[in-house]
Design a protein around this ligand. Structure first.
Ligand SMILES: O[C@H]1[C@H](O)[C@@H](O)[C@H](O)[C@@H](O)[C@H]1O
Ligand SMILES: [Fe+2]
Ligand SMILES: [Fe+2]
Length: 287
């Protein structure tokens, strides 16, 4: 088995970034008037007001126990059939479509990196927190971009203005550049806002996945746009984070730009993904 730990992603692929999303707008344009703009801003307002350090820490402890359910990876994909992500200005399709679109797009350009195909398939499975059997968590605590807690909120975070109503914003222990952290402590030691990234990371790790570290990094930080897009919070990263970030950047292109109205034939691709699930995960996982 070829396990990539720190390899260099190759640029020899033909990925072409599309000009516009399914609504004919630029991707991730949070100001553009569209059917989704107001709802997306309202989503981020509640998210930014409620995501505090204590909130995230408690959720991590609670859900980290993995005592909510037992199911396979594919069963979880199917549960996501019913959810549309309220934070997303680019997509209003059920989540399972997004998972398959991302995985199939990355598979086309990186045919040999099967771990990356599976990472794409599962990267958003943490959104299952929306489901009633997981407490039916509100969207603001499941989806959207993520950011570090316990230190100052960076200006590059989407709808940054709404942090003014977050109690941590006024807490002197949390509102300096480093806050509770030391320089270059490593992202692993940072408490991120709670959501589907951290939860799926806990699930994958807690079920002893054979996926390589780059996969776990992608799953855990794929919504941390302030870091991987805007280059913020470099002072919290260590050398290993900076190295592995290359893979997250590759992944992000597909996560973002594969969003479209074109549906994937699930039955056709299922056997391939089943074989990957079998290779990297136990049959049933604790969630
Ligand atoms: O709206 C999206 C969506 O919730 C994605 O799953 C998340 O990874 C992104 O960061 C966010 O912008
Ligand atoms: Fe996501
Ligand atoms: Fe995604």
């Amino acid at each position: 088995m070829r396990v990539i730990v720190r390899g260099e992603p190759s640029d020899l692929n033909g990925f072409v970034v599309p000009r516009s999303n399914a609504f004919g707008h630029q991707f991730r344009d949070y100001e553009k008037e569209s059917g989704r703009r107001v709802a997306v801003e309202e989503f981020y307002r509640t998210n930014h007001v409620n995501q505090t350090f204590d909130f995230a820490k408690n959720k991590k402890e609670e859900y980290g126990k993995l005592q909510r359910a037992e199911m396979s990876i594919w069963e979880c994909c199917e549960l996501l059939n019913q959810y549309v992500d309220e934070s997303d200005p680019d997509l209003d399709e059920p989540q399972i479509e997004h998972l398959l679109q991302t995985a199939e797009a990355i598979r086309r350009d990186y045919p040999d990196e099967d771990w990356l195909h599976l990472t794409a398939l599962i990267h958003d499975l943490g959104k299952v927190l929306l489901h009633p059997s997981f407490g039916g968590e509100p969207q603001w605590s499941v989806v959207g971009d993520t950011f570090p807690l316990g230190c100052a909120f960076d200006k590059s975070i989407v709808h940054h203005q709404h942090f003014h109503d977050n109690p941590d914003f006024h807490n002197p222990a949390f509102n300096t550049k480093l806050g509770i952290y030391s320089a270059n402590c490593g992202l692993e030691n940072v408490t991120m806002s709670w959501g589907h990234d951290e939860y799926m990371y806990l699930v994958a790790k807690g079920n002893n996945t054979k996926l390589p570290p780059a996969a776990l990094f992608i799953i855990r930080f794929h919504s941390f746009y302030a870091m991987h897009r805007s280059g913020a919070y470099e002072y919290l990263m260590n050398e290993e984070d900076k190295e592995i970030l290359k893979w997250l950047k590759v992944f992000n292109k597909y996560d973002l730009y594969s969003k479209s109205k074109v549906r994937i034939d699930q039955e056709k691709v299922k056997p391939y993904y089943f074989s990957l699930i079998e290779k990297y995960f136990p049959e049933k996982l604790r969630w």
